[in-house]
Write a protein that binds this ligand. Sequence first.
Ligand code: AKG
Length: 410
Amino acid sequence: MEHPACILEDLKQFVVNDAPPTVYYLPDFISEDEESYLQQQVYKSPKTKWTQLSGRRLQNWGGLPHPKGMLAEKMPDWLHTYCGKISSLGAFSGKTANHVLVNEYKAGEGIMPHEDGPLYHPTVTTISLGSHTLLDFYAPVSIREGDAPQTEENRFLLSLLVKPRSLLILQDEMYQRLLHGIQPRAQDALTDKVANLSAAGASPGETLTRGTRVSLTEKTMEPQTKRWKGSACDADSWVAFPVLSDQQSQDVELVEAFAAPIVDKKETSRLLRELNAVRPLNGLQHVKRVRAVRGSGGPHPLEVLVCLVSDAPDLKVVSIDDLLPPDGVQRDGLGEPFVVKVPARPPLTRPQFELASKHWPTSFHEDKQVTVALRGELFGPLRKARMSAYMAAALTAAETGAALGMEAVG
Ligand SMILES: O=C(O)CCC(=O)C(=O)O
């Protein structure tokens, strides 16, 4: 279907002028009935469609983005309709959105600052369902000398208040240069750092309590990776970030397990020995079996993993006796079980380790080179200057070749 090549003139009234170019905020883009319909469709989707990440759940629709182009999957009708509706605003320069991420955030959950990258047409559109959130924007890490420490706090620039049923469109600098994220908070105190307060019908000083928010993020996958225009090439103006494997870049996946308090500390070694024998945590060697309960003024300073929820005979069990075989583990010293989430895989990078440890203590064999690379410090100024020179030489050679009528290979 044909869509306008430019964003519709009518939408210009929704530009958020207090933010860098370009943000369109459309309150009440969908009706309450449409919101309920979309929520029903999201929650009706097969359970296998959800991926549990630390701090949110995710559904991926349309295919798997890949640098060589997306392995496309048919979009379900309920999403296809809304991809068409948004594309008909001209949000994707005549193209149709072909990829949707559905994120579900419970109150208190969020997403780390990130950029969506060059695999997509540089526009992202988001429909929000169920609750508001604050979407925060950050300057990227820069290596210019004399800058203040590059903490998240120092790089924070502005927030946008996205209310349920709204449509947010981000393009240009807001999409291509800035990072976006959502702080894991249950309440948002609105300040004048929220650039679209009046458009969202709110005022500074208000505090909004978050509920469960579902966001539908529609994008268009480019057929091939494109280099964004305007990326500078002098060695001081760029940072080399590593291209990590999928496993190294992904969020922390969690599995549910039963834990129980150790009510008698003196029984800890015996309990560990016996639990390891009757309920080994197969594939979870990275997870520490016992954790100290932080700042425990309470009666039980330690908790132990009993078994994975998937290993339990009956998911509704509440008693320790139902989780353990009659023999093999003396119950003395164990309290009643409860469900926790533990990291499903060993962390491969420091950010993954930090996130994983927030859920349950986890061991980490750090690859120092990856950590340094993630900080953008893998190459010193001399090596970067050399890289810039080689890249410039390659470009010159290509341009000269093209001028001589030679054909590019590779
Ligand atoms: O939920 C949102 O509004 C943001 C989602 C997002 O940034 C993402 O999926 O990459």
